[in-house]
Design a protein around this ligand. Structure first.
Ligand SMILES: *[C@@H]1O[C@H](CO)[C@@H](O)[C@H](O)[C@H]1NC(C)=O
Ligand SMILES: *[C@@H]1O[C@H](CO)[C@@H](O)[C@H](O)[C@H]1NC(C)=O
Ligand SMILES: *[C@@H]1O[C@H](CO)[C@@H](O)[C@H](O)[C@H]1NC(C)=O
Ligand SMILES: *[C@@H]1O[C@H](CO)[C@@H](O)[C@H](O)[C@H]1NC(C)=O
Ligand SMILES: *[C@@H]1O[C@H](CO)[C@@H](O)[C@H](O)[C@H]1NC(C)=O
Ligand SMILES: *[C@@H]1O[C@H](CO)[C@@H](O)[C@H](O)[C@H]1NC(C)=O
Ligand SMILES: *[C@@H]1O[C@H](CO)[C@@H](O)[C@H](O)[C@H]1NC(C)=O
Ligand SMILES: *[C@@H]1O[C@H](CO)[C@@H](O)[C@H](O)[C@H]1NC(C)=O
Ligand SMILES: *[C@@H]1O[C@H](CO)[C@@H](O)[C@H](O)[C@H]1NC(C)=O
Ligand SMILES: *[C@@H]1O[C@H](CO)[C@@H](O)[C@H](O)[C@H]1NC(C)=O
Ligand SMILES: *[C@@H]1O[C@H](CO)[C@@H](O)[C@H](O)[C@H]1NC(C)=O
Ligand SMILES: *[C@@H]1O[C@H](CO)[C@@H](O)[C@H](O)[C@H]1NC(C)=O
Length: 660
């Protein structure tokens, strides 16, 4: 029946798709995007330590030049071996697509100069933006990233749209470059300090007293692929560890990997403090940001020793910031349960001293398993209107516009796309009000995306090579007053909607110098009518001939089938030869029809598959519910076309998905 057939139809489609639906430039099955910048176009490899597949950045940006670093700096991480540098343009961006709008993501970029340009002069600094918001100034020399070290910059942000642009901005401090770019989805509840208005930039993420003193813990130990750097100092702290698994507290907001929580530092005796501090990076957000950055600390604790409470054993401590209680009561970590004490709001001081000291009742010294520190960045800048921005990007993609068309079309004002003017009303996203793509070498037809720019007032596409007809949808743009299409190869006539706007004086349409454009209303209409009449003269006889031929073929086919009932069987040489058929014969599943083989006899093709009650495979696939009682083992397809067409259509669908 229909109910049971439907899943079968889906399964058929599914297995045809299997193995080919992993387009590049898209998140993988975990939602990860892992980009090795500067890798040869289309290239990819699986990273040994993480088992993650890293892909070339060619599908994510259309600017910049690939380089390899100097051999003397080639190090352990393959990501550092090559990079992309951006000598041209102020702002150059990577576009990450197919994200989940409103979800929290970890974004990480890395930089290793390695004298890639042979100049031995790393850029002094350049800026990174996430979307339309400032992320961080990268100062390569601070990190020693010119010497073979890698600078790593990381943030946790809520992504407002289903695509995100990460931009490198040349601030006059040298040519920006990038070695790798990672994106990892987090759970919505994670890091509650990261909101739509505020992102977290990582200052430090430490795994205290790791077993491997040189190993950074990341994926697969951390399913979210955070980097947990080793942190220890045998001259100050003692170390304790367990081999037992540490579980997260219910409602765990951080899910620190248990491999990180299994080790901890403690003080040498109960009367000492664990403490660490840092100076405020007042120069960090740029000079034009007057406010001091706000910091957030997250301390992770789990008891790793089995304490004997009846023997009076207790580990209990206070957490202090600059000698004031940061957490109101003494805290006792639970045995093998990971818990965290964290700032819910950023604190703003010139210097920070976080200390952990035992309470008077505590018999054991204070402990710390892991710590994270972040500072917050505002993410409140508004990008271009959510309809205008994708339309502008589609126009850019269609015509391959280069200019400075990178990042957000209107924001910031100083980097707005050349040839675009925008309106900036307070508290509203910028709108695109005019586009001047005059003399820009545009080919093909007029993009339908122009008609999505609802605030457009002025559209200049003059002196290009635009072909096809003028879309009437442009007449629906309420504010549009000027369209200049002169000097193109447009044809057809001026659509009625636009004619109306011209006649009522609300639109100035310039269309001179389009040799094939029909601009005289009456003669065009006549020409159009003549054409449609001609079309009928041609179409009717063609249709009649087609019907006659079809009927003839049908009759021929039915007679042939009736006259020679056994002939197909008798002459069958079942030999699946082509690849599609071989794949089909290999697939066995209780919900799938097993194909045994096929044969081709002139223009006829037979598919041979298991016995199937109540009709043919074609009818089952089409979802028809017939009472056809045939126990036939074969279904004859004309010239084998049905299967082929199906596969080709499907292939095309996959290619479209890949191109998208
Ligand atoms: C970088 O090196 C690889 C192999 O080591 C080579 O295939 C590639 O072409 C080089 N790329 C550039 C931009 O020189
Ligand atoms: C980069 O860092 C170095 C070393 O800390 C410092 O001397 C230099 O002024 C910084 N450059 C910029 C542009 O911030
Ligand atoms: C420690 O980590 C480093 C770097 O990841 C790795 O090369 C090394 O094999 C590790 N050592 C042990 C004993 O696991
Ligand atoms: C414990 O710390 C105190 C104060 O720092 C010190 O006087 C004492 O010697 C330490 N005890 C041990 C056993 O290290
Ligand atoms: C805990 O301490 C009590 C009192 O000293 C002792 O009797 C008991 O055996 C201890 N329990 C364990 C599990 O060590
Ligand atoms: C712990 O440290 C705080 C801040 O330095 C201090 O006020 C408090 O007295 C200390 N507590 C104990 C029990 O030493
Ligand atoms: C930080 O605070 C602890 C505990 O009060 C103290 O021992 C330490 O000297 C302080 N460090 C700095 C740099 O002030
Ligand atoms: C210390 O222990 C005593 C006795 O059990 C208790 O009354 C007191 O509240 C405890 N102090 C703290 C800070 O927990
Ligand atoms: C549009 O661009 C063309 C070519 O760049 C320029 O000549 C023209 O002045 C521009 N029009 C306006 C209105 O800015
Ligand atoms: C955009 O604005 C600039 C400055 O106001 C003006 O010169 C230019 O003509 C405008 N361009 C268009 C296409 O309206
Ligand atoms: C249009 O295309 C032709 C041939 O590709 C080229 O010769 C011509 O310069 C182009 N015209 C404009 C205005 O771009
Ligand atoms: C207009 O040109 C396009 C291709 O440039 C062509 O496909 C179309 O048939 C032409 N239309 C008319 C009405 O001539």
């Amino acid at each position: 029946t229909r109910r049971t057939m439907a899943p079968r139809r889906w399964l058929l489609l599914l297995f045809l798709a299997a193995g080919v639906l992993q387009p590049l430039a898209q998140p993988d099955s975990r939602g990860f995007i892992s980009i090795d910048c500067g890798l040869a176009e289309e290239a990819s490899y699986v990273d040994d330590t993480t088992t993650l597949a890293y892909v070339s950045d060619s599908g994510f940006t259309d600017a910049g030049t690939n380089y390899n670093i100097s051999a003397e700096y080639l190090g352990f991480s393959r990501r550092g071996h090559n990079l992309r540098s951006f000598p041209d343009g102020v702002r150059n961006c990577y576009t990450l697509r197919s994200l989940v709008s409103g979800l929290k993501y970890l974004i990480r970029a890395s930089f290793l100069y390695g004298n890639y340009d042979g100049l031995n002069r790393p850029p002094a600094s350049f800026d990174l933006h996430i979307g339309v918001n400032f992320w961080k100034t990268v100062n390569i020399s601070t990190w020693g990233a010119d010497q073979g070290n890698t600078a790593v910059v990381e943030a946790i942000v809520v992504v407002p749209d289903d695509l995100l642009q990460v931009c490198l901005v040349n601030t006059g401090g040298g040519t920006p470059f990038i070695s790798s770019l990672d994106l990892r989805p987090l759970k919505r509840t994670f890091y509650p300090q990261a909101t739509a208005e505020q992102g977290l930039v990582m200052l430090a993420r430490f795994n205290a007293a790791p077993v491997n003193k040189t190993g950074t813990i990341r994926y697969p130990d951390d399913p979210h692929d955070r980097l947990w750097y080793p942190w220890f100092d045998a001259t100050i702290w003692a170390e304790i560890s367990t081999t037992e698994r540490v579980y997260g507290v219910g409602d765990d907001l951080f899910e620190v990997p248990w491999k990180v929580m299994q080790t901890a530092i403690v003080t040498r005796n109960a009367s000492e403090n664990i403490w660490f501090g840092w100076e405020s990076l007042d120069a960090e957000p740029r000079d034009d940001d007057p406010s001091r950055p706000g910091y957030i600390a997250i301390l992770h604790f789990a008891e790793l020793q089995l304490l004997n409470a009846s023997n009076g054993e207790l580990r209990q401590f206070y957490i202090n910031l600059n000698d004031e209680l940061a957490y109101p009561t003494g805290f006792t970590p639970e045995h093998l349960i990971s818990n965290a004490i964290y700032d819910t709001k950023p604190s703003r001081h010139s210097g920070y001293n976080l200390s952990i000291n035992a309470t008077a009742n505590s018999t054991l010294p204070p402990i710390l398993n892991a710590v994270e520190m972040y500072y917050v960045i505002p993410t409140t800048n508004l990008g271009t209107d959510s309809q205008d921005a994708p339309a502008a990007m589609a126009i850019k993609a269609k015509y391959g516009v280069r200019k400075n068309w990178m990042g957000d079309p209107c924001f910031p004002r100083t980097m707005a796309w050349d040839g675009l003017n925008c309106s900036y009303a307070a508290a509203n996203p910028p709108r695109i009000t005019s586009i001047n793509l005059s003399s820009s070498g545009l080919n093909s037809d007029i993009s339908s995306s122009f008609a999505h720019l609802k605030a457009l007032q002025y559209l200049d596409l003059s002196n290009n090579n635009l072909t096809g007809s003028i879309p009437d949808a442009l007449s629906q743009l309420p504010s549009l007053t000027v369209i200049d299409l002169s000097g193109n190869q447009l044809n057809g006539s001026i659509p009625s909607g636009l004619l109306k706007r011209i006649q009522d004086g609300s639109l100035d349409l310039r269309h001179g110098n389009n040799p094939n454009l029909c601009t005289d209303g009456n003669s065009c209409q006549l020409a159009a009518k003549r054409k449609s009449k001609l079309a009928i003269y041609v179409a009717v006889p063609v249709l009649v001939i087609m019907v006659i031929v079809s009927v003839a073929l049908l009759v021929f086919f039915l007679r042939r089938r009736n006259q020679q009932p056994g002939s197909m069987k008798n002459r069958r040489a079942v030999k699946p030869q082509n690849e599609e058929a071989q794949i089909l014969t290999r697939i066995h599943h209780k919900n799938l029809v097993s194909m045994i083989g096929y044969c081709k006899d002139g223009e006829y093709m037979a598919l041979v598959y298991e016995y199937m009650a109540q009709g043919t495979l074609r009818e089952h696939i089409a979802g028809m519910n017939t009472n056809y009682e045939a126990d036939t083992m074969e279904d004859v397809y004309h010239g084998g076309r049905d299967l082929k067409t199906h596969l080709n259509l499907h292939k095309r669908h996959i290619m479209d998905t890949e191109q998208a």
